[in-house]
Design a protein around this ligand. Structure first.
Ligand code: NAD
Length: 711
């Protein structure tokens, strides 16, 4: 145990305990670390020891709880006991009489911050990149190591609620301003010096909440202002989360109830809520996907092994429109030299100006400096000259969605770039294998499907064409990571994965309208289901004319291939609205009337699609919206458009905002169980049509007890 937390008593009589969990890149809270801290505390009994400074031997102080251990718990007693055991050590530490100071040399997050809160004072290095916070809520959890008990007593209930229920990090400066830190240090040496000086100056340390006349800063839960806040905070939270995130409610309850109780009782209440969060299906779903599967993706689970890692130094972008301009920005930001090409210098310059706009805003808000902005802009060369593409490791085309134009620019670029350079298309609908026919070297041709707006959306869908080589895929994958985005890898097929499944969500909403469901009920169902935007509003954003164009193109392509085309029942509505010019937000009118950044459901909509006398319940609508997506994702899995469960789940959340608390489109089925899914899908199919017939892969799972899992 000795090497988990090393102990060192200096000639000044101060014990320095350094956390350094072996074999891990970061310190994480678990039995080993807590035993090390307990051991450090035991040394304080030595009369020669004046006090304790806890710091870390790693870049971070402590990054949070050990999720691997959490995933093994199967009864609420286990998390309850673990959380109480941690708090017993920390409680003893803060009441043993001698001063103890936490020296935050790096991130103090989750359990890491909770440990620091049990120290009598905290100092941190004054680095804006250093993160302090309780992000547990983002994984559907609650700080179970005393965070919801100590924070309200230290910085007040309101600020504690924000820190715990929103989960956003604080910078050291902010933490200092709210009284969470005692001071800031220049560097590690200064940090240790200040921590030790505090110990010398406070030989008898006690926590504020152990002083006889302790009062919560800003009042406890009984104080009028706090009570008033608690009367509205749950409804504000529910308005945002539609009750889909129990952790938020549990955090509020723990802080509220803890604000009526003494310290010890509040600790027990917190542990009960912690256990409830750990046991919730929501946290299991989120941790499954946004922790394990996301980490697996980032570690390269979908990247061909054996290809050496690569980096793009020079990137060519063809088409400086909305997408090209965004791709140029994120790439230059990652330090890549970018050649941004369009048909006129004016258009190319306009593409570069997009970066200028974003950067000017960042400088104005103090998030960047003029030097950094200028350095980034210097990396983007706007041009019309193909010769400038010479030396590019990667070229991405983002010209109009037109096969002939795409073929033309592919040929022109390939005439200049090296034979082994990768050529990528950002097409949103055209199959990659077909586009690669214009290429002289289809092995080096790939799809890199970005999402709009490129600077905000975290996902890139990589599409592997029939002839795409492993090395090309690996290099595309490396580039996506290089620009700080998350890659998923899918096989070539109409609509790829994301557009195809996303489409089922909006089209289901539109089909409901046609059946006479009140448009407002449809929109509310989308939000209740946990989707970021309701279906009709979303179709307006994407534009109805684009939806129609894609459908018509698909029909034509399938006819050419001699295949049958089944139109979604919602498509006739899209066609009808397009015919009367209601093509979506860009025209100011679609399902909504859009004006001045505001929108209102078009009042005539219910005349065109009269509201039926019998209205289905919201549960039915929510199920239709979610089953349509999950079932289509399962079909993509079965057809091998999807290559992994992780890609399916992460892609659905990052690509089109599939309700994160379900853990993604396939985890939705896993969590429910294949049997229950098949049963409900068949009910929906009987009522609403064969599109709900459960995918064969799920039917097989229901029969054999299988689930979606990566090999
Ligand atoms: P856009 O119309 O904003 O930009 C296209 C740009 O390409 C224009 O600046 C145009 O001048 C330029 N261009 C046209 N022909 C050219 C040529 N021969 N040589 C060089 N430049 C040429 O379109 P966009 O929204 O940026 O879309 C570009 C591509 O990205 C399309 O294939 C589209 O399907 C795809 N895409 C779009 C989105 C989206 O949300 N808009 C999302 C993913 C993918």
């Amino acid at each position: 145990m000795g090497n988990v937390v090393t102990l060192d008593v200096g000639s000044d009589g101060i014990l320095v305990a350094t956390m350094n969990l072996p074999g891990r890149p970061m310190n994480v809270v678990g039995d080993e670390l807590m035993a090390g801290i307990a051991e450090a505390m035991a040394r304080l009994a030595d009369p020669a020891v004046q006090g304790l400074v806890l710091t870390s031997g790693k870049a971070d102080f402590c990054a949070g709880g050990d999720l691997d251990r959490m995933s093994k718990w199967s009864t609420p007693e286990e998390p309850f006991e673990m959380s109480m055991a941690m708090k017993r050590v920390l409680r003893q530490l803060e009441t043993q009489g001698k001063p103890a100071v936490a020296a935050l040399n790096g991130h103090a997050l989750g359990g890491g911050l909770e440990i620091a809160l049990a120290f009598h004072a905290r100092f941190a290095i004054d680095d804006p990149r250093l993160k302090i916070g309780q992000p547990e809520v983002k994984l559907g959890l609650l700080p179970g190591g005393g965070g919801t008990v100590r924070l309200p007593r230290l910085v007040g209930i309101q600020q504690a609620l924000q820190i715990c229920a929103e989960g956003n990090d604080l910078t050291p400066q902010k933490a200092l301003a709210m009284g969470l830190l005692a001071g800031l240090a220049k560097d590690r040496d200064d940090l240790m010096a200040q921590a030790k000086a505090w110990i010398v100056a406070h030989p008898k340390a006690q926590q504020p909440w152990d002083a006889p006349k302790f009062r919560f800063p800003g009042g406890d839960s009984r104080a009028p202002a706090v009570a008033q806040m608690f009367s509205i905070a749950p409804s504000i939270a529910a308005q945002k989360s539609w009750g889909n995130y129990p952790a938020v409610q549990h955090i509020m309850s723990s802080i509220f109830e803890g604000g009526l109780l003494d310290f010890e009782a509040a600790c027990v209440v917190e542990s009960r809520y912690f256990a409830a969060c750990v046991m919730s299906q929501e946290s299991k779903n989120i941790i499954n996907t946004l922790w394990y599967q996301l980490n697996a993706i980032k570690k390269g689970a979908s990247r061909p092994a054996g290809v050496p890692p690569s980096k793009v130094k020079k990137l060519g972008i063809l088409g400086a429109g909305m997408m090209g301009a965004g791709i140029a920005y994120v790439s230059a930001k990652a330090g890549i030299d970018v050649v941004l090409l369009d048909t006129s210098q004016e258009a190319a310059d306009k593409g570069k100006a997009y970066s200028q706009g974003l950067l000017d805003k960042a400088v104005k808000k103090g998030r960047s400096t003029a030097e950094k902005r200028d350095a980034l802009l210097a990396k983007i060369t706007p041009t019309t000259d193909y010769a400038k593409l010479d030396g590019c490791d990667l070229v991405i085309e983002a010209v109009f969605e037109d096969r002939a134009i795409k073929a033309d620019v592919t040929k022109k670029a390939e005439a200049v770039i090296a034979p082994q350079a990768v050529f990528a298309s950002n097409t949103s609908t055209l199959p990659i294998t077909g586009l690669a026919q214009a290429s002289a070297r289809p092995k080096h041709f790939i799809g890199l499907h970005f999402f709009s707006p490129v600077d905000k959306m975290p996902l890139v869908e990589i599409i592997v064409g029939k002839d795409t080589g492993d090395e090309t895929l690996a290099r595309g994958f490396d580039y996506v990571l290089q620009i700080g985005k998350t890659p998923i890898v899918v096989n070539d097929s109409r609509g790829f994965y994301t557009s195809r499944v996303f489409g089922t969500y909006v089209m289901e909403g539109i089909a409901m309208l046609k059946e006479g469901v009140h448009p407002r009920s449809i929109e509310v169902a989308g939000l209740q289901a946990g989707m970021p935007m309701p279906p009709l509003a979303l179709q307006d954003e994407v534009s109805l004319s684009l939806g129609l164009h894609v459908a018509d193109q698909t029909k034509k392509d399938l006819a050419a291939e001699g295949k049958a085309y089944t139109e979604h029942p919602g498509m006739s509505v899209v066609r009808q609205l397009c015919e009367i010019g209601r093509i979506g937000k860009k025209a100011g009118k679609g399902f909504y009337d859009w004006a001045d950044g505001d929108k209102q459901l078009w009042p005539e909509l219910t005349k065109l699609y009269p509201v039926a006398a019998h209205q289905p319940g919201q549960r039915e609508l929510i199920d239709r919206l979610m089953f349509a997506q999950a079932n289509e994702a399962a079909r993509c899995f079965e057809e091998k458009v999807l290559r992994s469960v992780a890609d399916a789940n992460v892609g659905s959340i990052f690509g089109w905002g599939f309700a994160p608390f379900h853990g993604g489109a396939l985890q939705f089925i896993n969590a429910m169980g294949a049997k229950a899914f098949v049963q409900r899908a068949r009910e929906l199919a009987a009522k609403h049509g064969p599109r709900f017939e459960p995918a064969a892969v799920v039917v097989r799972q229901a029969e054999t007890g299988g689930r979606f899992i990566d090999g």
